[in-house]
Write a protein that binds this ligand. Sequence first.
Ligand SMILES: Cc1cc2nc3c(=O)[nH]c(=O)nc-3n(C[C@H](O)[C@H](O)[C@H](O)COP(=O)(O)OP(=O)(O)OC[C@H]3O[C@@H](n4cnc5c(N)ncnc54)[C@H](O)[C@@H]3O)c2cc1C
Length: 401
Amino acid sequence: MIYPSPCPREVAVIGGGPTGLMAAETVAAAGHRVTIYERMPSPGRKLLMAGRGGLNLTHSEPLDHFLARYSEAAPWVAPILDDFPPNALIAWCEALGQPTFIGSSGRVFPKAMKASPLLRAWLTRLGSFGARLVTRARWTARDPDGTIHFADGTTQRPDATILALGGASWPRLGADGSWTAVLPGVAIAPLRPANCGFAVAWSASFRTRHAGTPLKRIALHHQDRTIRGEAMVTEAGLEGGAIYALSAPLRDAIAHDGTTTLTIDLRPDIAEPELTRRLAAPRGRASLSSHLKRHAILSPVAIGLLQEALHQGNTTTLPRLIKAVPVTLTAPFSLDRAISTAGGLALDELDARLMLKRHPGLFAAGEMLDWEAPTGGYLLTACLATGRAVGHGAVAWLASR
Ligand SMILES: Cc1cc2nc3c(=O)[nH]c(=O)nc-3n(C[C@H](O)[C@H](O)[C@H](O)COP(=O)(O)OP(=O)(O)OC[C@H]3O[C@@H](n4cnc5c(N)ncnc54)[C@H](O)[C@@H]3O)c2cc1C
């Protein structure tokens, strides 16, 4: 629904990802004239990529659990999510003709299991609200008087500008973090990989035999946290859902200590005494691998991990090693391979309307801000909720002038 503003103003939204599109929808619905500037030939490329994994929009868990996923940023994001909680996001998605469902893990997806129908319907709605989309428009600077500059030399002088430039993962999809050089005098926490894999110095034989193999039904322990799930062995290390879930503390521990040790429980459903009993069976002439396979029901890649530890001189008993095989992680995979970005524009640079305190008329939202969250729909939920909040913030600021 568009509410004609008694005094329509020009608002530029820079970045055509989910945050920018939601900001544009909110500002256009308030009756202002909105132009979305997107550097790529089309908007929403990362959203479409997220759709390849089914487009996990949000999560159905209770709101207090949901909020805790944002760690230190939880108090900051709480009022924003109060205004646009997961059920409002679901209603918004369904109003765009995309029914949703809750998966067995509690994650929420559109029934289409992809982003393209949602994005199409959304762009149509934005067009019907009068929002304009300008593609291949790379923003490069903003003057103190509000003039914005583009790479082709053109300029515009909107009444307010909303930045929704994203982080720096998967830069070929558009967001490359180059905005960090364009905001002088603004505190920006270094951009770091989040929801990423980690490097492990596998032996050549382990790498050759097991790269590309999943470790299924495992539990990962790091510090005081345990995550059940799957991980993928790659040439360079480990990645996948359970690793991503621990990636923030793993990354921070490596930054602090140089390396960190993850322990993997290869049979989380069997207690150590039971493994001891099973493995006490006479081995006869069977190889260690066959014995482990037969009595502990371990996959070849799990047996390979145990052998890596044994070759490194680990003297723990086999049942205990199966319950806690140590793997040393030496570095996070690079930011351009991460699902998302940690760091970004410091939250205390923004007022309650998400306007930069030292740059009146300039607003920011989405993944470019300094918050992080695990996968599970928490990223898109916060992007959409902050996109809506920044839209309301810009409308309120324009009304106050
Ligand atoms: C493979 C993958 C799968 C994912 N799956 C999920 C998922 O299932 N669920 C979930 O919650 N999250 C998922 N995410 C994360 C989610 O897609 C992002 O958090 C979200 O897209 C960030 O939205 P944003 O609008 O802030 O930034 P972006 O989506 O990155 O959009 C920023 C836009 O700004 C444009 N831009 C950048 N600089 C300029 C400039 N100077 N001038 C003009 N335009 C510019 C970019 O081209 C881009 O279009 C996934 C991410 C990846 C990579």
